[in-house]
Design a binder for this molecule. Structure first.
Ligand code: SF4
Length: 264
C-alpha cells in the first residue's frame, strides 16, 4: 500500500480513488471516494513559512473560503492573575468556580506546544480525558490524531489542544452557560498566551461558544471567522465523525483548508 492509500485508510476514506481507465477501476466511483478525489488529486506546494507543518498527504487546492466579517467576535481580556503555564495549571487544578468541580476526577487544561501556530479547541473533557487529565485521548482523540497526521500536522509540535471547559460535565452533557462563563478566563488566557495564527473550533458546541452564534455547522464550515482576535475555522468534532463516518470526506477538506490557511 502506498503512502496516499495509507493516509486515506487512516482517515477512514479508503478505498483510494483512481482515475477511470486504470485496470480494475469501475466507470463510476463510489460517492465517498469521489468526494475524496476532489481533495486528493491535486498537490499544493508547501511554502517555507509552514515548513514545520510538513506535508505527508495528498492535498488539494483550497476551496474558496468566505471571510465572515458580519459578526466578528470581540476579544475579551482575561482577568485572572495567571503568570505562566505552571500558574494556570495550578489555578485550574484548585478551581471550584462551578459545579463541575464536584464531579471531576482530573482537570484537563490542554496539551501540545504552547507556542504553536494552531490552537484546536473542543467542547469539554470526556470520560477518558477526565481519567487521564489530558484532552482528546479516547477514540475521538485517536481519530483527531489520524486526521492531523493525514494533513501533515504534528500534534505535539504544531498544535496546542484544549477545551472550552476544563472539567468533565457528568454524563458528557453539554456544559451549562454558567459553567462556560466561569471557565472563560482560563480559555482566554490560553488564547492570549499561545497567540495562534489560527484557531480551529471542533464541533458545533465549541463553534457556537467561540463565535457567539447558533448557526448550524454546515453554515459555519468553510468560512474564515474572527474570534478572540484570531482567525478561526470550524470543522466537525471527531466524536461526531465516529458516529457519522460518511462526513469524514468533508472533514478532510476542512483540515486541508486549515493547512492552506496556515500557509497563507
Ligand atoms: S469547569 Fe472551569 S470553572 Fe468549572 S470548576 Fe472546572 S476549571 Fe473551574
Amino acid at each position: 500500500m502506498n503512502r496516499s492509500a495509507f493516509v486515506l485508510q487512516e482517515m477512514g476514506l479508503s478505498p483510494l480513488w483512481r482515475p477511470r481507465g486504470e485496470p480494475g477501476v469501475p466507470n463510476s466511483p463510489e460517492p465517498q471516494a469521489a468526494a475524496v478525489a476532489e481533495t486528493a488529486a491535486i498537490t499544493v506546494a508547501t511554502p517555507p513559512r509552514v515548513a514545520a507543518v510538513a506535508s505527508t498527504a495528498p492535498v488539494a487546492a483550497p476551496a474558496p473560503v468566505e471571510v465572515n466579517e458580519v459578526a466578528p467576535q470581540t476579544k475579551q481580556p482575561h482577568t485572572l492573575p495567571i503568570q505562566d503555564w505552571d500558574s494556570l495549571h495550578a489555578q485550574v487544578a484548585a478551581c471550584q468556580r462551578c459545579e463541575l468541580a464536584k464531579t471531576r476526577h482530573n482537570v484537563v487544561v490542554g496539551r501540545g506546544n504552547p507556542t504553536a501556530r494552531l490552537l484546536i479547541i473542543g467542547e469539554a473533557p470526556g470520560e477518558q480525558e477526565d481519567r487521564q487529565g489530558l484532552p482528546f485521548v479516547g477514540k475521538a482523540g485517536q481519530l483527531l490524531e489520524n486526521m492531523l497526521a493525514a494533513a501533515g500536522i504534528n500534534s505535539e509540535q504544531d498544535v496546542y489542544i484544549c477545551n472550552v471547559v476544563k472539567c468533565r460535565p457528568p454524563g458528557n452533557r453539554n456544559p451549562a452557560p454558567a459553567e462556560i462563563a466561569s471557565c472563560a478566563s482560563y480559555l482566554q488566557w490560553q488564547i492570549d498566551t499561545v497567540k495562534p495564527d489560527l484557531i480551529v473550533a471542533l464541533g458545533r458546541f465549541a463553534a457556537h461558544t467561540l463565535l457567539n452564534s447558533q448557526a448550524p455547522i454546515s453554515t459555519l464550515r468553510k468560512q474564515l471567522h474572527h474570534a478572540h482576535g484570531r482567525p478561526l475555522l470550524v470543522t466537525f468534532h471527531p466524536a461526531y465523525l465516529l458516529r457519522s463516518p460518511g462526513e469524514k470526506a468533508k472533514a478532510w477538506q476542512d483540515w486541508h483548508q486549515v493547512k492552506c490557511q496556515l500557509a497563507s
